[in-house]
Design a protein around this ligand. Structure first.
Ligand SMILES: Cc1cc2nc3c(=O)[nH]c(=O)nc-3n(C[C@H](O)[C@H](O)[C@H](O)COP(=O)(O)OP(=O)(O)OC[C@H]3O[C@@H](n4cnc5c(N)ncnc54)[C@H](O)[C@@H]3O)c2cc1C
Ligand code: SF4
Length: 329
């Protein structure tokens, strides 16, 4: 770990004023790990734990506002979330461990970085070390020819095939969350679908934030009347493990037909993966096994497996079929 200075911001204005050359620290469960590995080397840390962003509040339009500093445990166990946005609660509780969830925040979870082992390797880009375009642009991607069993099959580029690791973000993609940001250019909102970016030829750029931007809130739209939701996560161990494939579904069925549907996937994409192909194959169709299978085929039709992760194509299809069955039954 390299030396850094540390300030605790007493207000949003003070946090923004100190932010241009700094990194915010919230729960620290991602950032401190990456600093120890010398992947992240901030000169200054701005601690945002005193900011008044730790509330979950109902919005006048029936939606829910989540402060960026709301801990993952508090969000998952919140009564309104459990009642009206069950998919979010299930997704968060499927991730990490209780201790981590007690520290991890909504803003930090949105910005957690890939678990690609080559990204986390300190000697990347050094003679004899692993290249990683995400960590050291232009040094290559060791995962392409390396061990890539856990890597992405959707949204990859020739420069990076890393998966986005978050469970929470997959549920938020299905719920169409909106992220509030405050920064040097003022306040703005970003739809979750536009928040995380594809790797393309700049895998080091991972989201739509600009230098000094602070995430303040995440808004969930009003719950869809009559809809059910579910999160299914498939992984190597029953707990404390990232997804090999996951699915977040929000669905409303009337008269045996699917009248509202949102499908998002985790563990397979370079960003939380909303599948519009699956949604198009489901909307208005009878809620049957044949429809679910067709939707799963559509969702994975553009999959590009690597040498070690072809199994994810079939796993993701089965994950979708099973979660669609649960959400529509
Ligand atoms: C062993 C282990 C297992 C895990 N398993 C899972 C899992 O199965 N599923 C899963 O989804 N996650 C998992 N996680 C990741 C965990 O969810 C994240 O570490 C956590 O959500 C990050 O939140 P944080 O508040 O600690 O972020 P921090 O580490 O404090 O910050 C992360 C990043 O976000 C930035 N940041 C934080 N808040 C803001 C803000 N308000 N505005 C702007 N920037 C901000 C920081 O500058 C930093 O770059 C695991 C982590 C560990 C260590
Ligand atoms: S997959 Fe992405 S993060 Fe992993 S080594 Fe390649 S460039 Fe780096």
């Amino acid at each position: 770990m390299e030396t850094f200075s540390y300030v605790k911001a007493p207000s949003i204005d003070k946090a923004l004023a100190s932010a241009s050359q700094a990194k915010f620290i919230a729960g620290g469960t991602t950032l401190v790990d990456l600093m120890k590995l010398s992947v992240e080397k901030p000169k200054t840390l701005v601690d945002i734990n005193l900011l008044p962003l730790d509330k979950i509040e109902k919005l006048p339009d029936g939606g829910l506002r989540i402060g960026a500093m709301v801990r993952n445990s508090d969000l998952a166990w919140n009564a309104d979330v459990q009642k009206s946005y069950a998919v979010l609660s299930e997704a968060i509780l499927s991730g990490a461990s209780p201790q981590l969830r007690n520290m991890a925040t909504t803003g930090g979870n949105l910005l957690q970085r890939t678990r690609c082992a080559y990204f986390r390797e300190p000697t990347a880009g050094m003679p004899g070390g692993y290249g990683c375009n995400k960590r050291a642009p232009g040094t290559g991607c060791a995962a392409l020819e390396g061990f890539n069993r856990t890597h992405a099959i959707l949204g990859t580029s020739e420069h990076c095939i890393a998966t986005h690791p978050s469970d929470m973000c997959v549920a938020m993609a299905a719920l169409e969350a909106v992220i509030h940001v405050e920064g040097p250019k003022g306040k703005r909102t970003i739809a979750i679908a536009d928040f995380h970016t594809l790797p393309g030829d700049t895998p080091n750029i991972e989201n739509a934030l600009e230098a000094g931007d602070l995430i303040t809130y995440v808004d969930l739209p009003k719950p869809v009347e009559g809809a059910k939701s579910t999160y299914l996560k498939l992984r190597d161990r029953a707990s404390y493990e990232f997804a090999l494939s996951s699915a977040a579904i929000v669905a409303r069925v009337e008269g045996g037909h699917i009248r509202y549907i949102r499908v998002a996937m985790g563990g397979v994409g370079t960003k939380p993966w909303r599948s519009r192909e699956a949604e198009a194959a489901l909307l208005g169709k009878p809620a049957t096994a044949a429809t679910f299978k067709a939707a799963a085929e559509a969702a994975l039709s553009k999959a590009k497996p690597q040498k070690d992760n072809a199994f994810k194509v079939e796993l993701a299809k089965r994950c979708l079929v099973r979660s669609l069955k649960t959400a529509t039954s």
